[in-house]
Design a protein around this ligand. Structure first.
Ligand code: TPP
Length: 375
């Protein structure tokens, strides 16, 4: 079987050095870069903690988002309170960006007078992080009350500007749902938008066609982000689609389709900013194809990473978005190595504390709300 992807690692986006640091900082402020980096680091530490628990047998399954942080964090940075996030299991970066106000978590690093790209979210960020940790561990305090322990949940705090519609299933199932959220915003006469993430495997499903078609016909405030990591479980893109790229499919629906280097949060942020502006202005949806690396299998322990040829995998690992952004931050003189280490340490400690706290919390009982058990 031909295992080569349609897009090689070298085509998945220019390495950091290819873009001058000056032009990087011409487009966004150093505060924005520091903010996006901190959320990326928080996301990475989150995954590493759960991966470790999986390896030691404390967890039976884990879906890792390592390698997707630049795309997910930058996309969620482009939306505001009241917008709808519709995510899958690879999108914890967007969830953390949507739920957590980093300024309130790390006030010494991000003081209140520092203008960040996103409006501050109200409510208790640490408590939400704890509930998310409980959700992942099937604890009663999780968003689904211990009903399940993954990303198959919704969390709505409209009073705090938070609308998060979790996944029903993998693939394209959420595209019509997200388009429906966008329709609801349109009918309310608001300028809110809905964004939905999918993997490239979802683009071969009927939901993809139906959702994008109606979103374009009705000019819905909807943005669909394909996180193309070139492997759908163990199927390479060469076995998935025959077109050169997926963004070009947008033309068939009469909407813009944009390809972007998903390892570069600044590039993703710029693309999303224009897509969000277009949606808020009533001009309709946008399809974004972000090329990311395949750093992990579909889920930990499912063996799908072994399908990826070693030279291809090396290309992805050499373009780790965490390494790329940190190298660029140092080269631009935005921060020192010591500052990056401090952020890493704080994120790691916070995640460790919150996960330990969640581990000590009770599992659901037959009397718990939303219990799966019969009385
Ligand atoms: C509705 C539905 N159909 C099929 C599956 C089985 N399935 C799980 S993941 C997957 C491929 C996912 O593609 P993609 O998101 O590109 O892959 P990833 O990067 O997560 O491996 C399939 C077919 C499923 N979970 N749900």
């Amino acid at each position: 079987m031909d295992q080569s992807p349609n897009t090689t690692p070298s085509e998945t986006g220019a390495p950091a050095e290819a873009t001058s640091n000056a032009s990087w900082l011409d487009t966004v402020s150093d505060h924005t870069v520091r903010e996006m980096h901190a959320y990326m680091r928080l996301t990475r530490e989150w995954d590493l903690r759960y991966e470790k628990m999986f390896k030691t047998g404390a967890l039976s399954k884990w879906y890792s988002s390592v390698g997707n942080e630049a795309t997910t964090v930058a996309c969620a940075s482009a939306i505001e309170s009241g917008d709808a996030l519709v995510s899958l299991h690879r999108d914890v970066g967007a969830i953390l960006r949507h739920y957590i106000d980093i300024q309130s978590l790390f006030p010494e690093i991000f003081p209140g007078n520092m203008t960040l790209v996103r409006d501050p979210l109200s409510g208790d960020s640490r408590e939400r992080l704890l509930r998310l940790a409980c959700q992942m561990l099937g604890r009663e305090h999780g968003f689904s009350g211990g009903h399940e322990r993954s990303y198959h949940y919704n969390h709505l705090e409209p009073e705090n500007g938070l609308i998060h519609i979790g996944m029903i299933s993998h693939l394209g199932s959420m595209i019509p749902v997200a388009a429906g959220a966008a329709l609801s915003f349109q009918q309310q006469g608001s300028d809110r938008v809905a964004i939905n993430f999918i993997g490239e495997g979802a683009t071969s499903t009927g939901d993809f066609h139906e959702g994008l078609n109606i979103a374009s016909v009705w000019k819905l405030p909807f943005i669909l982000v394909i996180e193309n990591n070139h492997w759908a479980f163990s199927t390479p893109t060469s076995q998935q689609y025959a077109c050169d790229n997926l963004a070009s499919r947008a033309a068939g629906y009469g909407m813009p389709g944009i390809e972007v280097d998903g390892n570069d949060p600044v590039a993703v942020h710029q693309v999303m900013k224009s897509a969000v502006e277009r949606a808020r202005a009533g001009e309709g949806p946008t399809l974004v194809e972000a090329h990311v690396g395949r750093h992990r299998g579909h889920s930990e322990g499912d063996d799908s990473l072994n399908q990826v040829p070693s030279d291809e995998l090396k290309g992805y690992l050499d373009n780790d978005p965490m390494d790329l952004i940190e190298t660029r931050m140092i080269n631009s003189g935005i921060v020192s190595r010591a500052w990056l280490e401090e952020i890493r340490e704080r994120c790691s400690t916070l995640i460790m504390e919150v996960v330990d706290e969640a581990m000590a919390m009770p599992e659901p009982t037959p009397n718990s709300d939303r219990s799966i058990y019969a009385e």
